[in-house]
Design a protein around this ligand. Sequence first.
Ligand SMILES: Cc1cc2nc3c(=O)[nH]c(=O)nc-3n(C[C@H](O)[C@H](O)[C@H](O)COP(=O)(O)OP(=O)(O)OC[C@H]3O[C@@H](n4cnc5c(N)ncnc54)[C@H](O)[C@@H]3O)c2cc1C
Length: 503
Amino acid sequence: MTSTLPPGTVAGPAGASAPAPMPAFPAAALPAPAQPTTAPSRVREQLAARYAAQHRRRTWAADTLQVLAWMVVVLPIGLRLHDGGWSALTASAAGLMRGVGILTGLVATSAMVLMLWLAARVPFIDRTLGHDRALALHKALGQWTFGGLVLHGVYLVTGYAMADQLSWSAEFATLWGVGDFVLAVVATGLLAVVAVTSVAAARRRLGHEVWQGIHLVTYAAILLALPHQFSLGGLFAEGPAHWFWLALWGATFFVLLTHRVLVPLFASAEHRLRVSAVTWETPDTVAIEMTGRRIAQLGIRPGHFAHFRFLQGGLWWHQHPFSLSAAPHKDTIRITVRMLGEGTRRLASTLRPGTPVLIEGPYGVFTDAARTAPDVVLVGFGIGVAPIRALLEGTDVVPGHATVIVRASSEVEVAHRAELEAWCRARGVRLHVLTGHRGVLADGSASWLPASHLHWRLTDLTGPLTEADVYVCGPAGATELVADEALAAGLPPERLHREEFAW
Ligand SMILES: Cc1cc2nc3c(=O)[nH]c(=O)nc-3n(C[C@H](O)[C@H](O)[C@H](O)COP(=O)(O)OP(=O)(O)OC[C@H]3O[C@@H](n4cnc5c(N)ncnc54)[C@H](O)[C@@H]3O)c2cc1C
């Protein structure tokens, strides 16, 4: 059964009491009710045109990136085939083996280069693909790189063994004494360690910091493997391929050094963030305000996240990604942190005002920059409400054509409730606060709704989704359920924006 819901539903277990008003960030930034000057239908048309143009630009940028990525794979193959590779391939069975070995090595190396670019946090790539999609591609390419390098070695040793009429192991032993072969084998071994520890289960067991430390071994493996590309067999000792690879590796190390090291150091030195307030928001959540210099130039906006490192005893040695929970106000930004593990527990309970903060970012496309349509639906589960609260303030809405849905297990867990209500009131946005544990549907599958309201559908709360962007943030299982329902209700896939607080 479907119920007709009044705008601004606050649903929860019967008898739940209303929460006490929360302190606003910063008090002066809370909005006054909107005074419409332009007719909503006209505003909606303007927004539709603006966001459609923005979407076209992003699609064009994504196509450009795809073409560039394919060039990185295809050009080295073309250069190799042109540079004697084709005749070597067709000369003999041993030549065919060696030729295939070289080609798999080239594809694996191209995949490795692309993988590094995807992890380099280059703003153009990050803003076009989204940080999480870039990292998912990085992970997939990691498997191709490792598999390709193993095949490269196997084909080449087989080809040489056939030519020298030796057994595979005898050929391997002979090559052991040649040039940089040992380094290449050690590099493949190191990459095997990285590949195994990146499997989700192993990664979880190791913990984030240990896994990250092991992951840095990738760079050592690349540095060990690089010399053999230019020396073994002399394939790239000269000619266009030599210059192609030198330029590609040079550019790759340059962007890594720039965006992973220099830009964050410069940003922290330039903006000099310090903790200015730490406020308990719910029993397990704190709001942390940080004030610095020239924050507008940092380019951080609602929906963005950044990596923060708090330079205080017991906290400085690990950094965490957190999303803005309000639009930047003058030179102050705010994040809201839920105590999830040991690191966030220590952060929430010991962080003191005055602590200097290092920042890496901003990152992500869970922002207004991903909008494609005039209507908007913002859904936050648990601490996923943080970027939703910021977006509510920072994205354009047409009164009556925007909805915020906040899901939490209980009333007391809803962070920034008073601010959500104030912003929704001021901007003409429907607010639904749905509390209670997630229910189970008649067929045994999980629902994203509270057990008390299983008969609702997403569109009962939001209205039609065909002209809307849907932003949903929270744990993977819950966001997936909302995403599936939204797509089934006719939401075009490019209008679905998901942020999960995990990689
Ligand atoms: C894009 C993004 C935005 C986020 N925004 C917020 C936010 O606004 N508010 C909030 O409370 N939480 C947010 N998180 C989650 C937050 O980063 C983790 O809860 C926190 O890092 C956990 O650290 P811990 O030491 O307490 O827990 P742990 O027990 O060490 O880890 C718990 C989980 O967090 C992951 N994790 C730990 N450290 C990191 C790290 N440095 N980078 C990535 N994942 C890590 C672990 O792999 C594990 O899955 C966000 C996460 C991501 C990826």
